[in-house]
Design a protein around this ligand. Structure first.
Ligand SMILES: Nc1ncnc2c1ncn2[C@@H]1O[C@H](COP(=O)(O)OP(=O)(O)OP(=O)(O)O)[C@@H](O)[C@H]1O
Length: 292
């Protein structure tokens, strides 16, 4: 399902734009929306999920228009919000049964079948009879995805799903989303570059309510090709060297620092070219510590 966002703005208060003229087209597969806290990702996702009205602009989901066809849009959508209240005292199975009932699975046999399918899909079948309060963070996020999937939506929107997960759970959760994106549009918001690095065919970067990049991850990589360098400097050299480029990372060593630095030309005599990664591209956009 194609999603088209045009000139979308949101002002929670007059003259303070949380979204400032967003134009974006999302076409199938996994789409990553990357940006720091406060960039406006949750605001955009809540508007898309029909939970918040925009100040201006339009969104179309295929032929459905936000504000006019909200009922149809809700049926086509699954949404996992950033802060997701779970019924801690219910078991995973009881919770999904409840959601399935809300989604219109009124016949007991159908409902049972759907709940079982969902538990299997998110790999929680063996935990179905355990109370949600005993689940790990990753398991809670997976049951959250299961509830978003129950109505078989064509689009699912997940807001910062990997925050608070340990590295192993994060990888497992990413794999689940990747798997889901084979059959539907998955829109994933995150402030963690690694969440989208391996899995998203298309992405956008938000900052202060604006989109500052949209395209394929490869295009973001291409922007920093030939501009990433690494090398060791002493503590005394560091301030001078950092004037020649943007320091992406620095690691303390016995004699000074090992730097990763973005610069159009070689930033210091010992610097050697490095293979760019998406974090470099993101840093180049983000303008933190900019000396360009
Ligand atoms: N209900 C609200 N009332 C007023 N301002 C709000 C409200 N919700 C969000 N904002 C402001 O809108 C801007 C965008 O916030 P939003 O939550 O959309 O960002 P985000 O990129 O999702 O960040 P986070 O991951 O921290 O939620 C921020 O400046 C935030 O303070």
């Amino acid at each position: 399902m194609n999603i088209s966002i045009e000139r979308l703005t949101k002002a929670y208060q007059p003259n303070m734009l949380a979204l400032d003229g967003i134009d974006l087209t999302i076409t199938g597969g996994m789409f990553g929306l990357l940006g720091p806290n406060g960039a406006g990702k949750s605001t955009l996702m809540q508007i898309m999920a029909t939970l918040l009205a925009p100040t201006e602009g339009t969104i179309r989901f295929g032929d459905y228009r936000l504000g006019k066809d909200d009922h149809e849009i809700r049926r086509a959508l699954g949404y996992l919000p950033q802060y997701f209240g779970l019924y801690q005292k219910l078991t995973g199975e009881e919770f999904l049964t409840y959601i399935a009932t809300l989604k219109g699975y009124t016949a007991t046999a159908d409902r049972r079948k759907r709940v079982t399918e969902m538990l299997e899909k998110v790999n929680l079948a063996d935990k179905a009879k355990r109370k949600i309060k005993t689940y790990s963070g990753g398991m809670k996020q997976r049951i959250g995805i299961a509830q978003a999937l129950i109505g078989d939506p064509r689009v699912i929107i997940v807001d910062e799903p990997t925050a608070g997960l340990d590295p192993e759970e994060r990888v497992r959760f990413r794999n689940l989303l990747e798997d889901l994106s084979l059959e539907r549009t998955v829109l994933l918001s995150t402030h963690i570059v690694a969440d989208i690095e391996s899995s998203c065919g298309a992405m956008a970067v938000m900052r202060q309510g604006k989109l500052i990049f949209k395209g394929a991850p490869d295009e973001l990589l291409a922007m920093v090709k030939g501009k990433v360098w690494t090398g060791a400097v002493t503590e005394r050299e560091l301030p001078h060297v950092s004037l020649n480029g943007k320091v992406v990372s620095q690691r303390k060593t016995r004699n000074g620092f090992e730097l990763r630095i973005l610069a159009a030309g070689q930033p210091f005599a010992e610097a050697v070219p490095a293979i760019p990664d998406l974090e470099d591209g993101y840093m180049a956009l983000a303008g933190v510590d900019s000396h360009e």
